[in-house]
Design a protein around this ligand. Structure first.
Ligand code: KG4
Ligand code: ZN
Length: 344
């Protein structure tokens, strides 16, 4: 007999309002609806995300988006609701959480609460016709986004151990801040990656902070300062070379620590995810080095349409919670801006 479960997922943790309807059919996920309203144009004016503006924009976008899903007044066809409840910006998170609670209560549907980072990890699970196989455990996850840079050992579904993290800026934040000081548009990741295509990644040897720290932690704020100092001292240097050399330093730092963790923990798969996983240099360096040094370890990165924030990944992660009957009470669920994936 075929197992069918249809999940409505809602995501509003930062500057994207997203909703998806995803059907789990046995082991496969079919994306029936995938809606996204980005606020990037709004936040560009300020060079970063302004929480109160984000919340206001979510309020404007979320109801028309719900209507566009064409679900009837009783939620027929929906088996469960999944919502991101942290980490993120609390005024933004609340918009999605309150809608999910209301729908779950009115429709009398089970509600599951999803950690945004867990969502990013599940963005690599196979959807629709993709023939790729799902990660096997233990999986080592390099999660790189605007707010997080973490190495997580995932021993099974829902079992996470944090083995390394950034001590200051996240990798995406470093891209955003360096882009701003180079006069490039927000978000900085795509801007830097584009400009870097015309530059020499070995033109300037920027520091690889924490390289010899002996643990799996990262640091990017010193690198950002090094770029600023270099730019002030060498105004003649091309933005292309600075962008390419900065990107190379970030990629080297991320890849080196990931390989140190691979050597220590011997995972069966490596998962790269989060907004920065859209970076082609990071993707290809990690993939090529893994194939070269550890051909038995499978490499997984999300489809480019799922690297940034979206609700499909929240639905896929939510499905695991539904299977475990890990439901939450719609009357008491609260957004948690500092939600952790692992206790340590
Ligand atoms: O996961 P995400 O969409 O939002 C958060 O949860 O933070 O990640 C956004 C981050 C931004 O800092 C953005 O600059 C970065 O991902 N990013 C990239 C690229 N595309 C987006 N960083 C490097 N290269 C890219 N191609
Ligand atoms: Zn994210």
């Amino acid at each position: 007999m075929t197992f069918l479960m249809r999940i409505l997922a809602i995501e509003s943790s930062c500057d994207e309002t997203a909703m998806a309807v995803v059907l789990k059919q046995d082991g496969n996920f079919i994306v029936e609806k995938n809606l996204l309203a980005t606020q990037i144009e709004m936040h560009k004016l300020y060079g970063g995300v302004v929480p109160e503006i984000a919340a206001r924009e979510h309020v404007t976008a979320i109801f028309p988006m719900l209507l566009a899903l064409n679900i009837d007044h009783e939620g027929n066809g929906i088996d469960a609701i999944a919502v991101t409840y942290g980490p993120g910006l609390v005024p933004a998170l609340r918009i999605g959480v309150e809608l999910a609670k209301t729908l779950a209560w009115v429709w009398q549907k089970p509600l599951v609460a999803v950690n945004h980072l867990e969502g990013h990890i599940y963005s690599v699970w196979s959807i629709e016709k993709s023939q790729i196989s799902n990660p096997t455990f233990p999986a080592l996850c390099l999660l790189v986004s605007g707010g997080h840079t973490e190495l997580i050992l995932m021993k099974d579904h829902g079992q996470y151990e944090m083995i390394g993290r950034t001590r200051d800026d996240a990798a995406g934040e470093a891209f955003d801040k360096v882009a701003q000081l180079l006069g490039l548009e927000y978000p900085g990741g795509p801007s830097i990656a584009k400009v870097a295509e015309g530059g020499n990644p070995n033109a300037i040897i920027f520091p690889r902070p924490m390289h010899d720290s002996g643990d799996f932690d990262f640091s990017f704020s010193g690198l950002k300062t090094a770029v600023r100092v270099y730019r002030d001292q060498h105004p003649e240097c091309s933005v292309e070379d600075i962008a390419a050399s900065f990107q190379q330093a970030v990629v080297d730092s991320l890849v080196d620590k990931t390989f140190a963790a691979v050597s220590q923990f011997h995972p069966r798969s490596v998962i790269l995810s989060g907004g920065v996983s859209a970076n082609q240099s990071l993707r290809s360096t990690l993939r090529d080095k893994l194939v070269d040094r550890f051909p038995d370890i499978a490499f997984h990165a999300p489809d480019l349409s799922l690297t940034g924030d979206n609700a499909v990944m929240i639905a896929i992660a939510g499905a695991q919670h539904v299977l475990k009957k890990d439901f939450v009470d719609p009357l008491t669920l609260e957004a948690d801006p500092n939600l952790k994936l692992a206790k340590n």
